[in-house]
Write a protein that binds this ligand. Structure first.
Ligand SMILES: Nc1ncnc2c1ncn2[C@@H]1O[C@H](COP(=O)(O)OP(=O)(O)OP(=O)(O)O)[C@@H](O)[C@H]1O
Ligand SMILES: O=P(O)(O)OC[C@H]1O[C@H](OP(=O)(O)OP(=O)(O)O)[C@H](O)[C@@H]1O
Ligand SMILES: O=C(O)c1cccnc1
Length: 466
């Protein structure tokens, strides 16, 4: 599906790999994938892209053309021969795709030969950061839209081919269908659409444009009513056509509003449609929508049934990217750390497990605890930086979030469809209390460390301090 070769990487991964090849070709490294901030100033993030990563890694190799190209970059023959036979044979533990996740705790861990885990860094970050950003945006839009239908219309404004994976991620976050044909085909999404202004402009007469469309495409027919004047021309013409469709035994699905005051126009449109006996005709709205405009339209009680969302969804506006990183946490069974002036940026060493605390009713309690991978049930969580703060965990049910998804380069979990992942996201978001979902000043989901992990981190900090 995703035709990605192993040279979908940064050059420095290959130059570092060549040095590893010469100096320590059998070394084993562990890397953690995590991000530092929830996007959009929000209180949570939806993890997306894992299925793509598993598929890519199972098939990853350098093509003959890749090797020919790399020959020009001063890579020596022996290393090029290694690349010719390159396969990813590592092991991955990960949070389930679609789960709700939070900053500064591992989402995914990769363990394997140092050259392999280094070379895959770029594609892993590229796929996971983007889809996680878009799935989170989609879930925020879904949160505002309640149970209204959402259509992704963003491909034309997406960052080139990013629109393809954006449609997938949008579905995970709760978008019902997409205008993107290839994404719908490949990811088994619902495809849907209306019509463009150009279609109506190509006729002298708006009514004739509607008539032709409704006759030839009567199923799921939505007429775009704002080309000339929504209330004086588009809507009356749509009503005429809806009546003609009724006479033929068809039903107009809806009208689309794409400019002007969408609340005012939707209210007027609903009133006029209902007066004409067309209560079943739905109102679709589009035009630079995002979670805030949709929230406002709902507060204004705009009778809109379907929202078409493009630019803001597929570009993850206003955040350009998720700040996900990939950091070395263990080398040949030896814990490693990356220091920083900024204490929150100090990495967590060793192979780890993340435990989510559940309250008595099974809802997320509001804290994840990070421990060593060997730990099973953590009795006490310690504040990462404030030694006076801790919490007894004896009474919490704990869920281990990181599960093995790939071993020796082969996936160990069953493939999941996008629809299944979207369902999982919905179920997991239902366990997250509303305080974390509000757009302004959301609650901060806590992170705690086990005593063992904290002492390991503090030991390494001391060891490397100048
Ligand atoms: N009632 C409303 N409440 C809040 N926001 C709205 C309402 N109606 C429309 N909007 C939003 O306000 C913005 C208006 O954009 P813009 O000024 O481009 O409007 P326009 O009338 O559609 O212009 P154009 O004809 O050039 O498309 C859009 O993001 C739109 O979704
Ligand atoms: O506003 P967005 O959230 O990005 O949603 C997609 C927009 O793309 C289309 O406009 P465009 O002008 O490209 O084509 P059109 O002539 O079909 O309206 C559509 O009518 C929406 O307004
Ligand atoms: O189907 C639509 O209405 C549509 C599709 C893409 C972009 N704008 C609108």
């Amino acid at each position: 599906m995703l035709d990605i070769s192993a040279s979908y990487t940064d050059l420095y991964q290959l130059t570092m790999a060549q040095v590893y090849f010469k100096t320590k070709p059998k070394s084993i490294a562990v890397f953690d994938y995590y991000f530092r901030h929830n996007p959009y100033g929000g209180g949570y993030t939806v993890f997306a892209g894992l299925e793509n990563i598993l598929e890519i890694l199972e098939n990853l190799h350098f093509t003959t053309d890749d090797i020919t190209y790399l020959e020009k970059h001063n890579f020596e023959a022996e290393f090029l021969e290694y690349l010719r036979n390159f396969r990813f044979r590592g092991t991955i533990t990960s949070v389930a795709e679609g789960d709700v996740v939070f900053p500064n705790r591992p989402i995914l861990q990769v363990e394997g030969n140092i050259m392999e885990v280094q070379i895959i860094e770029t594609v892993l970050l590229n796929i996971l950061n983007f889809q996680t950003l878009i799935a989170t945006k989609a879930s925020r839009i879904r949160h505002s839209a309640g149970n209204k239908i959402l259509i992704d219309m963003g491909l034309r404004r997406a960052h080139a081919t990013g629109g393809y994976l954006a449609a997938r991620a949008a579905a995970i976050g709760g978008v019902n269908s997409t205008s993107n044909v290839i994404a719908a085909e490949d990811f088994k999404l619902n495809a849907s659409g209306t019509m463009a202004h150009s279609f109506i402009q190509s006729y002298k007469d708006e009514l004739q444009a509607f008539r032709d469309f409704a006759k030839i495409r009567p199923k799921n027919c939505v007429l775009l009513v704002d080309t000339y004047n929504t209330l004086k021309s588009g809507l009356p013409n749509a009503i005429t056509v809806a009546k003609e469709m009724e006479a033929r035994g068809d039903r107009l699905l809806g009208v689309r509003l794409d400019s002007g005051d969408l609340a005012y126009l939707a209210k007027q449109t609903r009133k006029i449609l209902d007066k004409s006996g067309l209560e079943y005709v739905k109102i679709v709205a589009s035009n630079q929508l995002d979670e805030y405009v949709i929230k406002s339209l709902n507060e204004q009680k705009a009778p809109i049934d379907i929202y078409g969302v493009g630019t803001n969804l597929v570009t993850g506006k206003p955040d350009a990217a998720l700040d996900g990183v990939y950091k070395l946490s263990e080398y040949n069974n030896d814990a490693r750390i990356k220091l920083s002036e900024n204490i929150i940026k100090v990495s967590l060493p060793s192979k780890k497990q993340v435990f989510r605390m559940l309250d008595d009713s099974g809802m997320f309690y509001g804290a994840d605890v990070v421990g060593l991978a060997s730990e099973e049930n953590i009795s006490q969580m310690l504040h990462p930086f404030d030694s006076n703060k801790s919490l007894n965990l004896q009474n919490f049910k704990q869920e281990a979030l990181l599960q093995k998804v790939m071993q020796n380069g082969k996936r160990t979990i069953e493939e999941k469809t996008v629809a299944e992942i979207a369902k999982y996201t919905e179920a997991r978001l239902a366990l997250l209390p509303d305080e974390y979902k509000r757009f302004q000043n959301p609650h901060i989901y806590k992170i705690g460390l086990s005593a063992n992990l904290k002492s390991e981190r503090d030991r390494l900090v001391k060891e490397h301090k100048f």
